[in-house]
Design a protein around this ligand. Structure first.
Ligand code: BTN
Length: 245
């Protein structure tokens, strides 16, 4: 992955661009990287702060022949890949908040956005957007984000090479992705759980319809769906939600 790399100094959003490229037939593994995004997007239509020169803002195009229900597993593979690459490059050990936030000391270091181009039953392309706060300084973080966001430089005290980190992430991701396609989800599931922050904890899951379910996170199932046991002992399958630890 990332051998076909398209780099921009400034784009509205690498995610939008990757969608266009995928529609025009871009191959699996195509990676769009930008130094700055002027209209970076997060989950649930939120804005994603993407200042110039200090982060990794990139979107990777995949063309898996998977059924729709397996697509969320790709997000978990991306999260595991990034955690492993960060550890390898900087020594920093961060954790994953289901499904796809990477945190250190409760603050967000990485966000992942998985989007789909699909026809009725078949997946045409999957776009995995990754936003990584690498060398962002504390004073460059907007006031409102200070309590919830951090960067690799703030954690480790040193600048990290974005190029090295991108290369490490792509090599982890490519390796785990192919292992997953050949051998299935079970090894990824174990790796994901080893890095997961919420397992065994009491959490709140806010669903898209606004409902909130409280309970103990029990882990993920074979599909990557979060299992949440409420106070009555009933287990809920959470496909998509905002989680508060
Ligand atoms: C989230 O945590 O809400 C997901 C954030 C995803 C941000 C990345 S940065 C590169 C790519 N381009 C975007 O506009 N968004 C994703």
């Amino acid at each position: 992955f990332g051998r076909h790399l398209i780099y921009y100094e400034e784009v509205p959003s690498t995610q939008k661009l990757a969608h266009h490229l995928a529609e025009d037939g871009a191959a699996e593994g195509t990676l769009v990287v930008a130094d700055e995004q002027t209209d970076g997007r997060g989950r649930l239509g939120r804005a994603w702060h993407s200042p110039k020169g200090t982060g990794i803002w990139m979107s990777c195009i995949l063309r898996p022949t998977l059924s729709l229900e397996r697509i969320p597993q790709l997000t978990l593979i991306a999260a595991v890949s990034i955690v492993r690459a960060i550890k390898k490059i900087s020594g920093v050990q961060c954790g994953i908040k289901w499904p796809n936030d990477i945190l250190f000391n409760g603050k967000k270091l990485v966000g992942i956005l998985t989007e789909l181009q699909a026809e009725i039953e078949s997946v045409r392309a999957v776009i995995i957007g990754m936003g990584i706060n690498v060398n962002v300084d504390a004073d460059a973080i907007p006031e409102a984000l200070k309590p919830i966001a951090t960067s690799l430089k703030m954690i480790s005290g040193v600048r990290q090479s974005r190029e090295q980190l991108i290369a490490a992430i792509m090599s982890e991701f490519e390796g785990l992705y192919h292992m997953y396609l050949e051998e299935g989800f079970s090894i990824i599931k174990q790796m994901w759980e080893a890095h997961a922050l919420n397992i065994g904890q009491h959490i709140h899951a806010r669903l898209a319809n606004g409902d909130v379910i409280h309970g103990i996170a029990q882990g993920i199932n074979d599909k990557g769906v979060l299992l949440l046991q409420d106070d009555q002992g009933e287990t809920h399958h959470i496909y998509s939600a905002d989680i508060n630890l």
